[in-house]
Every structure is written in C-alpha cells, then in structure tokens.
Design a protein around this ligand. Structure first.
Ligand code: SF4
Ligand code: SF4
Length: 137
C-alpha cells in the first residue's frame, strides 16, 4: 500500500481530491495520511502528488523488519531459561515461516490468472480454494 512521507507532504490536498474512495485523511498538523483499511491500492495518489510524498510500499521493508524484530524481542522478555528461549525462537520462526508460505501461495495463485480481470481472479481463487478443500477431504 502507498504511504505518505509526512516530512515531504506540503498539505496541498491534491491526493485527497484524487482518491476515488476517500481513503486519505488530513491530520491535525495539516499533512495527509492514508487510511489503510479504506485504500483500494489504485495508485492515483502516487501519480498525483507533486512532491513525491506518496511513497512505494517497498520502501518500508526495513521498518517492517525492525518492527518484527522489536516484537520478537518484547515477547522474548517473557522467557527466562535458555531452553525456554530456544523453544520460543523455534516457535516464532514457525510463525514467520507460515506467513511466508501464505504469501508464496497467494503469489502463485495470482500468477495463474491469465487476464487481470476481477472475474478471472475470482475464478482462480475459487479454483484454488476448491482444490485445497478436495485435498483436505
Ligand atoms: S498530494 Fe502530496 S503533498 Fe499534497 S497533500 Fe497529498 S501527499 Fe501531501
Ligand atoms: S492508492 Fe488509491 S485508494 Fe489508496 S489512498 Fe491512494 S488514491 Fe486512495
């Protein structure tokens, strides 16, 4: 999802007018911010911003990794003995591995879509879910 660099935003509100779903708010400080749950990822705000303040999602990877590590560190504080810590680290590793698999399988399913239309996507998703259900039964 695009995000707005508050330092670069000049509060011109062009992006607010461009957003087709009203997903951009103006904060008390006058700067724009994207409401993630409302954003449909159309990219219009990115193209419209004259300050290049609307940034690509990938630029946040380092911060997201840092946030994950901070979360793990906070949880690790609850375990004292070396064996507890080792067991916890194995569990948290499985948690992130599961997330990785979800993303990989989602991407694989998306790659099977021939035409980028809602119908094709819907059919591909249904087919993936049905075959998974068949395998489970
Ligand atoms: S268009 Fe760019 S500079 Fe203007 S309010 Fe939106 S993010 Fe800020
Ligand atoms: S990507 Fe589209 S929906 Fe999301 S905030 Fe920007 S203009 Fe709005």
């Amino acid at each position: 999802m695009p995000w707005i660099d508050q330092e670069m935003c000049t509060a011109c509100e062009i992006c607010v007018d461009e957003c087709p779903v009203g997903a951009i708010d103006i904060e008390d400080n006058g700067r724009a911010t994207i409401v993630e749950s409302d954003c449909i990822r159309c990219g219009r705000c990115h193209d419209a911003c004259p300050q290049e303040a609307v940034r690509h999602d990938s630029e946040r990877i380092p911060q997201e990794v840092a946030a994950n590590l901070q979360w793990v560190s906070k949880l690790l504080d609850h375990f004292q003995s070396p064996s507890e810590c080792v067991a916890f680290m194995a569990r948290i590793g499985r948690h992130f591995n599961k997330q990785k698999k979800v993303i990989e399988r989602t991407l694989a399913a998306l790659n099977t879509v021939g035409e980028d239309t809602a119908n094709d996507l819907d059919a591909a998703i249904r087919s993936t879910l049905e075959s998974r259900e068949r395998r489970a039964n």
